[in-house]
Design a protein around this ligand. Structure first.
Ligand SMILES: [Zn+2]
Length: 455
């Protein structure tokens, strides 16, 4: 009996050791890596994209964003005009006949886009999406444009201007960048006031709160599907939780004049932030945050660090509010990914997909895919850089980078025996399309003229 037991124990140990050996993932990919990559990429190319974050539009359309770049901002290498990949983009999208962007050549491209703009109609940007197999696209713009098809492009409106109802001269003077940003926030608030037929600021905080809530509800009726904060450009992402009386007193003190102290302004903003988040929850509008490094010489990496949002993201009062960390927190992308363990927190990889080369972005995706793959979404952050290099080329670079980096990350995981090829394709569908389609409900179910459905 004892011998039998020993024999069985030895046998099961041997079996489990063998099982373990065949099931344990390897730190190195196998010889099948490049074939696995090719197979996965072909299938990934056929998956229609749902773009969680972009700024589609022509280069002279100032509504593509609620802010503008400060003068002489530093551009990262890949997003400079002389990146030869942009030539490839223009050839793919427009059969661009040149191999560089010498001014006389770039004019060919700029003229073509001017002609598309002058012709009007929604077919032009639809055709860009079709060429890149993008099904649905969230457009983070000050206001939407008639040349964007509302069946394909859905509006993400801005909320930051509600932070600046008072005399902003100290804010505007604080840095050269704020000198660009804050007047644009004032302009945005003035447009919202006009939209809601408010001639002046409401007399008390209750009135201002109503104005904020009603504007958000009205924006939703105008097609808004989410609300966006680019607050990281202007202030810390750490929001305190001041009592209403405090905000009430600050509003009473400054609504008809006087320059608020920095501290008063920040308390007021922290309070209004919570009104906006509460209303977003009531309206079932996901809340988007710029959560990565930003442009300009005065962007604070410390204040813009996504971890500053942790007290809000983990606040049980907001468990019914959906939060989306745009740009996946980069360069604090692991922190952002770990925050998506919270059930109502998601992220997208916009910006990273333009700024990082596929080899670098592959590492990010490999990490994300093995944490919470049901919480990550594709995004481009496509933006019209100048007259020649537009949102169109920017869509191309983000889509291509994402598809190749994703195929690379998944091929490694398959080849290392971490996941099966079927599982890899399931994760690809979640990230490129299905997570966003589920999050925003019926948007991607809208009838498509182009490339809906898996090919
Ligand atoms: Zn953006």
């Amino acid at each position: 009996m004892k011998r039998l037991f020993h024999l069985l124990a030895t046998l099961s140990l041997t079996l489990s050791a063998a099982g373990l050996a065949s099931a344990q993932s390897s730190p190195y990919p196998g010889a099948d890596l490049s074939q696995t990559y090719d197979r996965l990429l072909a299938k990934i190319n056929a998956i229609p994209l749902f773009d969680n974050h972009s700024h589609p539009g022509f280069s002279d359309d100032s509504d593509v964003d609620a802010m503008a770049a400060p003068p002489d901002e530093s551009s990262v290498l890949r997003l400079r005009d002389d990146n030869p990949e942009f030539v490839a983009a223009s050839k793919f999208l427009f059969n661009y006949p040149y191999d560089d962007f010498k001014p006389e050549h770039a004019k060919w491209l700029a003229d073509r886009k001017k002609a598309a703009e002058a012709a009007g109609g929604q077919a032009y940007f639809d055709s860009i999406l079709d060429k890149l197999n993008v099904e649905t696209c969230l457009a983070n713009r000050a206001f939407m444009a008639p040349y964007l098809n509302p069946k394909r492009f859905h509006w993400v409106f801005f909320a930051d201007s509600f932070f600046y109802p008072f005399d902003n001269r100290d804010q505007t003077a604080s840095t050269p960048d704020m000198g660009v940003y804050i007047p644009l926030q004032e302009k945005m608030l003035a447009r919202y006031k006009k939209q809601m037929n408010e001639d002046a600021l409401p007399a008390d905080l209750a009135g201002f709160e109503n104005f904020v809530r009603n504007t958000m509800a009205d924006n939703q009726k105008r097609g808004g599907v989410a609300v966006k904060f680019e607050a990281a450009y202007f202030r810390t992402l750490y929001f305190t939780d001041p009592p209403r009386e405090k905000a009430d007193a600050i509003y009473a003190k400054y609504h008809s004049g006087g320059v608020p102290t920095a501290e008063d302004y920040r308390f007021f903003q922290d309070y209004i932030f919570r009104v906006i988040v509460d209303q977003a929850g009531k309206l079932k509008l996901p809340v988007h945050f710029h959560s990565a490094v930003g442009i300009g010489d005065y962007f604070s990496l410390r204040q813009g660090n996504v971890l500053n949002l942790e007290n809000v993201l983990r606040d049980a009062r907001y468990k019914n509010v959906t939060f989306v960390l745009l740009h996946g927190g980069w360069p604090y992308e692991r922190e952002a990914a770990l925050l998506t363990a919270v059930k109502n927190v998601y992220l997208d990889t916009s910006l990273q997909s333009e700024m990082l080369y596929p080899s670098q972005f592959k590492s990010v995706l490999k990490q994300f895919l093995t944490l919470y793959p049901d919480k990550m979404m594709f995004g481009s952050d496509a933006f019209p850089f100048n007259d020649a290099l537009g949102a169109e080329e920017s869509f191309w670079i983000a889509a291509g980078t994402t598809r190749t980096a994703l195929a690379g990350a998944l091929a490694e995981l398959v080849s290392e025996h971490a996941i099966s090829e079927d599982k890899a394709l399931e994760l690809a569908h979640l990230y490129l399309h299905d997570n966003a389609a589920k999050l925003y409900g019926s948007l991607s179910a809208a009838p498509q003229s182009g490339s809906g459905g898996t090919k």
